[in-house]
Design a protein around this ligand. Structure first.
Ligand SMILES: [Zn+2]
Length: 131
């Protein structure tokens, strides 16, 4: 059974979960998602950067075993996605995945991520669909 989440955690994660807001280094312009406070390369301050969420599948896998709380999604596809004008991220690909392949374009969709049991929070965020 998944652990219960404090209400403040989804509040702090809302930028990334709901608007694809990450960060970009003011000096070297490297982009990160989720966002960071300081650049790991040049230690400069970061600024918020909103990504479109559109991207390209670099690789993917079909999962037949899931961690606790995600059993109802099995089998499901996880992909490494190169965001357009952004970093690589891992994402859950949903919807019609019949034609999933490396190089396919994806777009973000707002979906339920998981629930903290029968009486806990319901977490929402972005997943991906094939374009
Ligand atoms: Zn930097």
């Amino acid at each position: 059974m998944p652990h219960k989440t404090s209400v403040s955690i989804p509040w702090r994660l809302k930028g990334g979960r709901y608007t694809f807001t990450g960060s970009e280094c003011k000096k070297c312009e490297k982009a990160y998602f989720p966002g960071r406070t300081y650049c790991p390369d040049c230690h400069e301050n970061m600024t918020d950067k909103k990504f479109s969420g559109n991207g390209t599948i670099l690789t993917f896998t079909e999962n037949h075993m899931a961690p606790a709380g995600f059993e109802k999604y099995v089998p499901y596809f996880m992909a490494i996605i190169q965001l357009d004008k952004g970093p690589m991220i891992a994402g859950h690909v949903v919807g019609d995945t019949t034609n999933i392949a490396i190089g396919k374009k994806v777009k973000p969709v707002f979906r339920k991520l998981f629930e903290d049991g029968d009486e806990g929070l319901i977490h929402y965020g972005m997943k991906f669909e094939l374009v």
